[in-house]
Design a protein around this ligand. Structure first.
Ligand code: NAD
Ligand code: AHE
Ligand code: ZN
Length: 386
């Protein structure tokens, strides 16, 4: 293949709210600073569904979605030094440039940020930086198909920027599991450990108990939180939340006429030390802030809200000592942190086992069924094999 276009299957999103179509695409060779990856496994994250549903202000169609995956490097473009053909890798939608760039971005150099800007502008436009074009074209007519989040993993082959490639150094690490470290699980863990900094003895509320929220619960347990309240409108989430370590469960629909923040403030005698919004709903974000303890409570926005929506609260909520924060990829500097997270999973035994997030496995061709399961709340993560 090396240096030549590859024709392969990709699940193309031709328009918002339409099922994906698995069709032949041509994947151009990687140019300078780019890496072509054979995707082995990809999972679905709610953000893929959100963009497909037309809620993403950056969403461009037609495109190849997908950003939680693992694969093997097929070929590299000129100047690529940090990986080589045959390397097992996890594409990172959030890049990191400091260790391989001669001119690193200010975010990678700053200890407080993981928001590498080296390729962000082009990623947002669905193209590669080198020539501002996508590497995907439709086999049947040669028309361009945009990238998504710089990863586009719903394809047998994809091209990403070198700064977006994390290596899986441990040969024993199963790619069909560590693919989850490409987004949801890492994000939940990092929201708790990096963005919030939950301490032992804390009280915590987690809104939205998909893979991201459950990863927050898992990390809160690890941090030694003494009370962890899971909040979800789906009653079926209670059992799984308790398995992950939630001590309480609240279904907001069971308290008509009463807001969720009041329920939690009463349960905790004044509010929680930390809360996490893992839904992507601005009303839930308000509840998550306002259920925090006066004086020191911190709320972290993890969920991604629809284009055009805005958050609100009474400024008095902040005047009286609450902090409102947000997180992207859990604050992890991706390319250096992901290999360490792989190591953590491999050395952690059952505790760090990723199996509990994988409720379904399917073939790539069944991708639309996997989206249906995610929408129906029946699935945490569905891993597709290519
Ligand atoms: P998911 O669909 O698996 O889970 C969402 C959960 O929220 C479901 O259990 C659902 O029942 C629940 N829910 C829906 N409405 C609710 C409400 N009003 N109150 C309480 N619970 C409600 O999604 P996921 O893959 O776990 O992702 C969660 C969110 O995090 C999404 O918005 C996703 O886009 C976002 N996300 C952000 C980052 C980041 O870096 N910031 C990374 C990954 C995912
Ligand atoms: N493009 C959207 C926002 C989407 C968004 O917030 N993405 C999260 C990752 S979600 C992963 O499942 C993120 O990390 N964003 C940081 C970034 O730079 O994109 C919009 O509102 O325009
Ligand atoms: Zn995601």
């Amino acid at each position: 293949h090396e240096g030549k276009p590859i024709t392969c299957k990709a699940a193309v999103a031709f328009a918002p709210k339409q099922p994906l179509e698995v069709v032949d695409v041509v994947v151009a060779p990687p140019q300078a600073g780019e890496v072509r990856i054979k995707i082995m496994f990809t999972a679905l994250c709610h953000t893929d569904a959100y963009t497909l549903d037309g809620f993403d202000s950056e969403g461009k169609f037609p495109c190849v979605l997908g950003h939680e995956a693992a694969g093997v490097v097929e070929s590299v473009g000129s100047g690529v030094t940090s990986c080589k053909p045959g390397d097992r890798v996890i594409p990172c939608y959030q890049a990191y440039c400091a260790d391989i760039s001669e001119n690193p971005c200010e975010h990678c150099l700053h200890p407080k940020s993981n928001l590498c800007q080296a390729v962000r502008a082009w990623t947002g436009r669905g193209v590669m930086k080198t020539d501002e074009k996508p590497r995907f074209t439709l086999a049947r007519d040669g028309s361009e198909i945009f990238h998504f989040m710089g990863t586009s993993t719903f394809s047998e082959y994809t091209v990403v920027h070198e700064v977006a490639v994390a290596k899986v150094n441990n040969d024993a690490a199963p790619l069909d599991k560590v693919c989850l470290l490409g987004c949801g699980v890492s994000t939940g863990w990092g929201a708790v450990h990096n963005t919030a900094g939950v301490e032992a003895g804390s009280t915590v509320a987690v809104f939205g108990l998909g893979a991201v929220g459950l990863a927050c619960i898992e990390a809160a347990v690890e941090a030694g939180a003494r009370q962890i309240i899971g909040v979800d409108t789906n009653d079926e989430k209670e059992a799984i939340a308790r398995q992950f370590g939630a001590t309480d469960f609240v279904n907001p629909t069971k308290f008509p006429g009463k807001d969720t923040q009041s329920v939690i403030v009463e349960m905790t005698n004044g509010g929680v030390d930390y809360s996490f919004e893992c839904v992507g709903n601005v009303n839930v974000m308000r509840s998550a802030l306002e259920c925090c303890r006066k004086g020191w409570g911190t709320s972290v926005i993890v969920g991604v809200a629809a284009a055009g929506t805005e958050i609100s609260t009474r400024p008095f909520q902040l005047v009286t000592g609450r902090t409102w924060k947000g997180t992207a990829f859990g604050g992890y500097k991706s390319r250096v942190a992901v290999p360490k997270l792989v190591e953590k999973v491999m050395s952690g035994g059952d505790k760090a086992n990723l199996d509990k997030y994988i409720t379904h496995r399917m073939k790539f061709e069944q991708i639309n069924e996997a989206f249906d399961l995610l929408h129906a709340g029946k699935c945490l993560r569905c891993v597709l094999s290519m």
